[in-house]
Design a protein around this ligand. Sequence first.
Ligand code: GAP
Length: 441
Amino acid sequence: MANTDLMEKIISLCKRRGFVFPGSEIYGGLANSWDYAPLGHLLKQNIKKAWWKFFVQERGDMVPMDTAIIMNPKVWEASGHLQNFSDQLVECKKCHQRFREDLLEEKKCPECDGGLTEPKSFNLMFKTFLGTTDDNSTTAYLRPETAGGMFVNFKNVLNVTRRRLPFGIAQIGKCFRNEITPGNFIFRTREFEIGEFEYFINPKDWEQVFEMWLGEIKRWWKDIMQINMENLVWHEIPDGERAHYSKRTVDIEYKYPFGVKELHGIAYRTDFDMKRHQEVSGQDLTYVDPETGEKYLPHVVEPTFGIDRMLLVSLLEAYNEEDVPAGKEGETEIRVVMKFPKNLAPIQVAVLPLSKKEELSKVAKPLADELRKNFSVEYDETQSIGKRYRRQDEIGTPYCVTVDFDSLEDKKVTVRDRDTMKQERIAIDDLNDYLKNKFSV
Ligand code: GAP
């Protein structure tokens, strides 16, 4: 399959089956804005839950937060975002469109071949105004990353949790950047979600902590997201190309159909942020080691993950087309199947009575209600069973449970496995435990 085809297929499947809709569609849309539809919302929730469990809940050294999107503008002065968070833009002298200089292949306008101006800086911060007047005295910004909220709360967290270093503060939340060149579906948008954590350390430990997190990140992609690790590129950012404050940065890149590009990253940010917040706020942010009495500004290792990019990768990795036997002897057809890791699948179990007849729904509906207590369940009694299986394959449902006329006699149902398409007869009384077992690995 050509790579561009794959993106088109994913975007079309997302619309058709309800993963992602174009934003504000009934008004003609809004370029590069997307809405997570019912299944996309569930998938995103599952990715966030899995991320949280893996990087926060299962560890003893992380504490959660949920900080404000609009913060005191001094935060962004301290972090350098107001001065430096910008792209270099050139403008076409003929059609006046603007482009990111670093993404242009030639010194001519890609739209109309016109000549280009010298590059100018364009700040990516989203401005807004507090209160009722829109003058500069009320200017505020939507956060471009969640990190700021965690840095400024370091001392508060330390006081209430009585933690010792090393420990991390983690959060997931929406961020906003006035991107010049959004695009590639949900890859680059102006509104997106980040999951990230600031891991506060003694500077002497940074190399070992960095390696530890690299190892955990690998485990996340291999064991939890279950992606083909050959599709990842571990890009060690060389000296001279890193942010001035970073001593080591690794961009984790992915081989997207539109090229090898960033998926997420990890950076050793030294004590840059804590130093700047200490300077600008005038507050003492130093840490005193209770055992050794050593006093220092904490240094930070920061792993950061774009939630929407993780979701895009999970869609790309899950997409499969398989030749399967068709209805007629010797003929085959293509089945599209989204092979999400079972625990990430938006719908875990589909309950499908063989027909709409009341005697079957009388059994199937209460069964679905019972399963809903433990699983995300869809009940579907329309169309032929073959078509319903195909639909569940396309949305990645790991198990379909079919209630047929034999079920009325033997109190058993047929469970079909999404990946193998094998079917098993299971007693209704055992079904809950059978499925729980399947999802526990
Ligand atoms: N605190 C560090 C930080 O914000 P970043 O590389 O600028 O680092 C973190 O952003 C992650 O957020 C990226 O690795 C990417 O996954 C995601 N991301 C950044 N800009 C994005 C955008 N415009 N649309 C979607 N995701 C984006």
